[in-house]
Design a protein. Structure first.
Ligand SMILES: Nc1ncnc2c1ncn2[C@@H]1O[C@H](COP(=O)(O)OP(=O)(O)O)[C@@H](O)[C@H]1O
Ligand SMILES: [Mg+2]
Lengths: 739, 228, 80, 80
């Protein structure tokens, strides 16, 4: 007799996402079968999201060392040394799946989480970035997701009082059922304020600060992030977590005061694995154990079970580890900032984590087994069989486009168009540090009371990485590096967010490995170690993986910061228009032109050139430091034509440009930027470029009210500045107003 | 000249305001909302941010903070009191200024520099400015849409209106739907003022504008005569 | 006792959110939707068993905090 | 017809706004205030004279726009 499988009969560990082998491993560690509470802890800690079990073997490839790296990957945020006792902390994270379920709250809680990663280190968060990707805005649901995500980032970031200084928006079919929402946070601190996630020594007490614990996200983010969406997800929707930026603001101020006064030995934020992680990881890092009393946890709802308390992902909570004689002072700070505090544990020797609930022991396990004994999977990798075909599938345009029409259509593409509708919803001026605001290649922030400026750029390009993950990954690092260099900053360190499809597919793991290889190579060339990152797998809908979409966040230091750093909008009539970098290979593969004009994604993007990358970056840095060209812009999406148009639009001036053929106008070869050059700096700039062996092309000059492209033939064309401006500015608002 | 910068839980512009007051020549001190004595101070600023998360209604909960009775008392004594953005909202809720705020007309948060036309210089906020002067100052709010029972009764109390770069005041230059483009007002005595955009964000060339300085200086200058 | 309060913006004061929702409904193809107003409903647990007394206290809460006299009206319902 | 909709966040989902208001009321000296939840009341003019039909249309409006199916419950009252 064969009954249909009763879902109720499914063993608990499988419902929690643990495989049968993992379940057996747990039995081996404990020497008995696990309790429900233990199972809950292992299941969250061993989820893909928390354990990096599929990615860990590959992440080791990243270069992570440099003399200025203070804290590398593995802690809540990476930390680098800025000199004179100043440090910067940087971290990036994804909140893709929660943002699909509920865009406002998903994005908002993503911001909350990334802030905690940074102030956990002792740093004051000073700026946020976001990289968000959706399907086409022609679709109403994508518009809903996009505007909801932006409102959520604004709602949380503005209220918590940390400015949002930029990011990226991109629209591509593959993100329709699986938007990407990545958020990045930068903090600064004095060296003596650095705090690590350690539980300290025997007798230290664990103080849970902030929000009450509720049944938030139980089976939520961590399990969610590890299981793909499919048609049934509508009915399995987990409870949504609501962000409380007000609570977070108080938590930030309280924690910073605790650090200032030297009252804590260590701090750990409560993220996706909640208390399970906040108790075990700091204990494991300190080589200690801990006695935890769940009855002390302040709860929002009655009758929560031990597994619920251990797995809850309630937001805005932190765990501080405190020497007993400092406890009263810590509680006093909490009272002053009007946040709740509860002593929930004591650090013990021996490495055992003991959890009590209702007076009974509900879990007793080696603290380090939750993190260090987590399984590692060497998943098979295999070059996709379709790749060679894709490379051969180059664009075949029967009739060459008219340059003016192509340019206008590109300016109207929401991925290229003015992002102002987004960034004007974000407070990007708070703290009075924003020297270059969103809307430029990189944002630039001063550190008051010093000569230092921090430049940050974030870059991703799913199409390029789909066509060649290794080249694509490397080029992102070079692009971000050039962007910060344009402000006068020296590239310093990188964080990465690796958004990929299903790691159980060999071709996804191949893309993953290749991307890491490419990023690593470029980081080695630029001496920008990877100091942190995040991996998001299972970004797929109905079995279709997203384009491999690594996002790079790159931090640069300008010391001294130029008095008048170049801007995108500094071109004036009469200045010459120059291009720096090589124009040799002219390749449209993966370009916005192919996608937007020909509806084509194919071919193989050109390879980066390490020597040229370095040279162009040096020219950019010295240009800014010497105060030569006042307006610069890197050439990326849409090629030189779009870069020139953007500089014209932002500066409010036309230009006349000589070109040879249209391919060169729209190709996206790396390591190039344009500059507006006043006559009196021309010879200095030429000398500078020659010193770094960087080719210079004099393309034309600025002036007039048109953007003219001339090659002496019928391809010559012209676009009115007003029309170009209108297209570029209105592309996003127009679509949001209803298509 | 000592200025108090009041900090409610959720306030976030306190350091910026203190910085700008410093540039304008005052000695600024942060004061927690549970304090009840401001007799030492020659001027009081309620800075921007999200006091109490802006929950329920912007400024509604902050109005009941212990410090607010003292702010009222000092205001009645003629001490300059300035509310910026969220601080303006708190002053309205506390009935130190007329009117109320609701969501921006387009229901989005707005962070960008806008133009203001100075309408009246008889106040602690505008005494150093000139009528008709156009200032470029960042706006940064979601609930910046000013409304008042009887706009006509606001005559002589409107300090600045939203305008375009040439100073013309119309619907087009109204970023958030505020009645009569009102961006800044004062009480009849002129010693309590509120402004929705952020003058403290426009006090240094490197940040893009110094147009806020004339307003910050007005405030600082107003502190002197009363105290000497 | 369970108390429900509705705080309504006075009709003469514009309600940008209501206007936007009304427009969105029409855009979505819902015909015949007129004015939309968006109010706040506040549910409150209050100790006490004297309805009149609870009502008096809640009225005070509304006057002082929950409603803004400049632009709001309110209505209180005490569940028996 | 005049329709009133109340959109409530599900009870298991946290309501930071309600929590903050509850605290503020206690701080102001109002004793005995327990949980506070803040909901949305939407008042709508809808053309039509068949109550059942109006209710059906409004339910659809709630499902598609006015309430968030992931986190809200809603209740519809049609005035006769
Ligand atoms: N999601 C976002 N949030 C904030 N700012 C954004 C966002 N997306 C884009 N921007 C800003 O808009 C500008 C243009 O973005 P983008 O077109 O992606 O730049 P680029 O072409 O130089 O890579 C950048 O300054 C960026 O910081
Ligand atoms: Mg760029």
């Amino acid at each position: 007799m064969s009954d249909p499988v009763d879902p109720d009969e499914e063993p608990v560990h499988r419902l929690l996402g643990l495989t049968d082998e993992e379940f057996e491993t747990i039995g081996g560690i404990l020497g008995r079968s696990p309790s429900d509470a233990e199972l809950a802890m292992y299941s969250v800690m061993w989820s893909e999201h928390c354990s990096y079990k599929s990615s860990r073997p590959h992440l080791g490839r990243f270069p992570t060392q440099a003399p200025w790296v203070v804290v590398g990957p593995g802690e809540n945020a990476g930390v680098v040394d800025l000199g004179d006792g100043w440090l910067a902390a940087l971290r990036i994270e994804s909140h893709n799946h929660p943002s699909f379920v509920e865009p406002y709250q998903g994005a908002a809680t993503g911001v909350g989480g990334i802030l905690r990663d940074v102030f956990t280190m002792g740093a004051r968060p000073i700026a946020l970035w976001n990289q968000i990707r959706f399907g086409s805005l022609d679709d109403a649901h994508n518009r809903y997701l996009f505007s909801g995500v932006v409102a959520g980032i604004a709602g949380y970031g503005n209220a918590v009082g940390v400015p949002t200084l930029g990011g990226e928006i991109a629209f591509e079919e593959c993100y329709t059922g699986n938007p990407l929402v990545n958020v990045m946070c930068l903090g600064v601190l004095r060296r003596e304020q650095l705090v690590l996630g350690t539980a300290g020594t025997e007798g230290s007490v664990a103080v849970l600060l902030g929000n009450a614990t509720g049944r938030d996200g139980i089976g939520g983010a961590s399990v969610l992030a590890s299981a793909s969406f499919d048609e049934t997800s509508g009915t399995k929707r987990p409870s949504v977590q609501v962000g409380d930026p007000f609570e977070e603001k108080k938590l930030i101020e309280a924690c910073l005061e605790l650090y200032d006064k030297g009252l804590v030995v260590g701090v750990q934020d409560l993220g996706a694995a909640g208390l399970s992680c906040a108790c075990s990881e700091p204990a494991a890092r300190a080589g200690m154990g801990m006695d935890v009393d769940l009855d002390a946890v302040h709860t929002r709802e009655p009758d929560m079970t031990a597994p619920e308390l251990l797995m809850s992902e309630s937001q805005e909570r932190m765990m501080a580890f405190v020497a007993p004689d400092r406890l009263e002072a810590v509680l006093e700070v909490a009272r002053r900032w009007e946040i709740d505090a509860a002593v929930v544990g004591t650090v013990t020797t021996g490495g055992t984590l003991t959890v009590r609930h209702n007076g009974e022991v509900v879990a007793e396990l080696p603290a380090d087994s939750l993190s260090e004994a987590a399984p590692v999977y060497k998943r098979p990798t295999g070059e996709p069989i379709w790749l060679a075909g894709l490379w051969n599938n180059t664009m075949d345009l029967l009739t060459p486009p008219s340059v003016d029409e192509a340019l206008l259509r590109l300016l109207d593409d929401p991925s290229i168009a003015d992002a102002r509708w987004v960034y004007e919803q974000y407070d990007h001026m708070l703290f009075l540090n924003t020297v270059i605001e969103p809307g430029h290649d990189a944002s630039l922030i001063r550190i008051k009371g010093t000569s230092k400026g921090l430049a940050v750029s974030t870059d991703g390009n799913g199409r390029h990485c789909y066509l060649d993950p290794r080249r694509g990954g490397a080029r992102l690092v070079y692009e971000a590096g050039l962007n910060v260099a344009l402000t006068g900053a020296e590239p310093m360190a990188v964080v990465d967010n690796l958004n990929f499809g299903n790691p159980e597919k060999p071709e996804v793991m191949w893309q993953f490995r290749e991307t890491i290889e490419g990023i690593s190579e470029a980081c080695e060339v630029l001496s920008t170690p990877v100091i942190g990152g995040n991996v998001s797998f299972y970004n797929e809908t109905d079995g279709n993986d997203i384009f491999p979409t690594p996002v790079i966040g790159l931090l640069g230091l300008a010391d001294p910061m130029p008095a008048h750093p170049p801007r995108l909008d500094g071109a004036r009539a009469g200045m010459e228009l120059w291009m720096f970098g090589s124009q040799r290979s002219r390749n449209l593969a993966g370009s916005a032109f192919e996608k937007v004009i020909a509806g084509h994604v194919g071919g193989r993007p050109s390879a980066p050139d390490a020597v040229m990358a370095r040279g162009v970056i040096e020219v950019a840095i010295h240009n800014a430091r010497l105060g030569l060209a006042p307006a610069v812009h890197d050439i990326s999406d849409g090629g030189a034509a779009v870069a020139i148009a953007e500089m014209c639009i932002r500066s409010g001036v036309g230009a006349t440009v000589q070109f040879t053929d249209w391919v060169g106008l729209f190709a996206e070869n790396p390591h190039r930027f344009i500059a507006a050059v006043p006559a009196d700096v021309a010879s200095d700039l030429e000398t500078l470029a020659a010193r770094w062996d960087v080719p210079v092309t004099r393309l034309g000059h600025f002036g007039g009210t048109e953007i003219r492209f001339e090659n002496g033939g019928p391809e010559s064309a012209s676009v009115g500045l007003a029309e170009a401006t209108e297209r570029w500015r209105e592309a996003i608002p127009r679509r949001l107003a209803g298509g | 000249m000592k200025a108090a910068v009041v900090v409610f839980p959720g306030t976030n512009c306190e350091h910026d305001v203190a910085w700008a007051l410093g540039i304008a020549g005052a000695d600024a001190h942060l004061v927690w909302h549970r304090e009840t004595d401001l007799s030492d101070f020659d001027g009081i600023v309620l800075p921007g941010g999200f006091a109490h998360g802006d929950y329920l209604r912007t400024g509604a909960i902050a109005r009941f903070s212990p410090i607010m009775d003292e702010v009222k008392r000092r205001a009645e004594e003629g001490v300059p009191v300035l509310g910026i953005c969220n601080g303006f909202q708190v002053l309205c809720e506390a009935h130190l200024l007329p009117g109320a705020f609701h969501q921006n007309r387009d229901l989005t948060f707005i962070c960008r520099p806008i133009h203001l036309r100075v309408e009246d210089t008889d106040s602690i906020l505008t005494r150093a400015a000139e009528v008709g002067q156009v200032l470029t100052i960042p706006l940064n709010s979601y609930e910046g849409n000013f409304t008042v029972h009887d706009p006509a009764a606001m005559r002589g109390r409107v300090l600045a209106r939203y305008a375009d770069a040439t100073g013309s005041v119309d619907d087009e230059s109204n970023p958030n739907g505020s009645v009569d483009n009102i961006a800044a007002i004062s009480n009849p005595a002129g010693n309590v003022a509120g402004i929705m955009p952020h003058p403290e964000r426009a006090v240094e060339e490197i940040l893009g504008s110094v147009d806020g300085l004339v307003l910050m200086r007005s405030f600082v200058e107003s502190m002197e005569p009363a105290r000497v | 006792m369970k108390v429900t309060i509705v705080v309504r913006r006075r009709p003469e004061i514009s309600d940008p959110q209501g206007t936007t929702v009304s427009r969105a409904l029409s855009d979505m193809g819902f015909a015949g939707v007129g004015t939309v107003r968006i109010n706040k409903e506040i549910e409150l647990e209050v100790e006490g068993d004297d309805t009149a007394d609870v009502e008096r206290r809640v009225t005070e809460m509304c006057e002082r905090l929950l409603a803004n006299p400049v632009m709001d009206d309110f209505e209180i319902r005490v569940a028996e």
